[in-house]
Design a protein around this ligand. Structure first.
Ligand SMILES: [Zn+2]
Ligand SMILES: [Zn+2]
Length: 277
């Protein structure tokens, strides 16, 4: 591939090592693009693999490198998008051009991925860490992945991922999805909940494992977001990979996730939004 994926100075500053995915399970790995995770579903060396989310802008080359290191030169069968926020689809266009594979998203997310609609502007007073860190990566053009993006089937199945199903988890965005595998109760949660306090820039880099609600600045519908967290907690996941933060598993995950589900208003909803809630 001709490398048009020029690096920002920030890119170099925060990520000095070569791109390599970290393994969560033998068939699930992730790679962190600055502070947003992309998921790799498939065993190392397999030609049957799927990419989940596309990270922030300027990371296509690294994501391709991490994929090649894990799977060899074969492209993924597809790319699944949990939701269309810029920090999850920033490198989508370059990845789609490189791999030339279909991208799948929830039908309610399609308008945001085909240039028809933009997400509402959030309440910047609850922004802080995330906003300031990501500001160099904010997109300047509306996203249009029309050439590659297809709506996911309504019945919860996912093309090329036989064992997995989608869980519609709106609130953070209208068409937000999580991916779930019943066999071992593995969850890819997107931003429905995350494991780092996204509003604190320190926590983003120290990366404590702790379950938190969705990133506050970007979440317009807290009622739906609460229902979605309750839905995911009810699945009692054993392992979870989230859009931000480190993966979590076992009792630690289950206790903290149910704690968040039952105390969502206190723990997740910013004070300003509680009043208008
Ligand atoms: Zn998001
Ligand atoms: Zn995010």
């Amino acid at each position: 591939m001709k490398d048009q994926d020029h690096e920002l100075p920030q890119d170099r500053y925060y990520d000095l090592s070569h791109a390599e995915a970290d393994e969560v399970l033998n068939d699930l790995a992730y790679y962190r693009t600055l502070m947003v995770n992309v998921g790799f579903i498939g065993e190392a060396g397999s030609k049957d693999w799927v990419l989940v989310d596309c990270g922030i802008n300027h990371y296509a080359r690294r994501i391709i490198e991490a994929g090649e290191k894990r799977f060899g030169p074969a492209p993924p069968k597809a790319i699944i998008i949990t939701h269309g926020h810029f920090d999850h689809i920033g490198s989508a266009k370059k990845l789609a051009q490189h791999y030339d594979v279909p991208i799948y998203a929830h039908p309610k997310e399609m308008d945001y991925l085909t240039g028809k609609r933009s997400y509402p502007v959030g309440n910047s007073t609850v922004g802080g860490g995330l906003i300031s860190i990501l500001s160099p990566f904010f997109p300047t053009d509306p996203v249009n992945l029309k050439k590659w993006v297809h709506p996911l089937p309504d019945d919860g199945t996912i093309p090329f991922l036989e064992e997995w199903r989608t869980i519609h988890t709106p609130g953070h965005t209208p068409g937000h999805i999580a991916l779930f595998r019943d066999r071992d109760r593995t969850l890819i949660a997107g931003d429905a909940f995350i494991t780092v306090k996204q509003e604190s820039s320190m926590a983003v880099f120290i990366q404590h494992q702790h379950v938190h609600g969705p990133p506050a600045y970007f979440t317009p519908d807290w009622q739906e977001a609460e229902r979605s967290v309750k839905k995911l907690a009810a699945l009692n996941p054993v392992t979870a990979l989230t859009g931000h933060g480190l993966p979590m598993d076992g009792e630690n995950l289950q206790q903290q996730l149910s704690h968040l589900a039952f105390n969502f208003k206190d723990l997740a909803i910013p004070n300003h939004d509680k009043k208008i809630h």
